[in-house]
Design a protein. Structure first.
Length: 85
């Protein structure tokens, strides 16, 4: 991470939260909902989400999105064309 690029991290609502909330060993729907609730009130939600999508973060809740949600955002349904036969 480049320092200038992530200056917004200091203002994140997650800063005072337990990192395990956002990076659990085995995520559950309840844990994801708690992490997303923290993100929902965050003043740097957009910066966090944009960073995670741009950097290809593969783990954890970033900007209120799970890894699966970020993957879907980068590769929306139907983005692949069928292979030529």
């Amino acid at each position: 991470m480049h320092v200038e690029e992530i200056r917004w991290l200091r203002r994140g609502a997650c800063r005072s939260s337990d990192p395990d909330l956002f990076f659990p060993p085995a995520p559950t729907p309840a844990q994801e909902a708690l992490a997303k609730a923290v993100c929902a009130g965050c003043q740097v939600l957009r910066e966090c989400r944009d960073y995670a999508l741009r950097a290809g973060e593969a783990e954890g809740i970033w900007g209120g999105l799970t890894p699966q949600e970020r993957r879907r955002s980068r590769f929306p349904e139907g983005w692949r064309r069928p292979a030529a036969s």
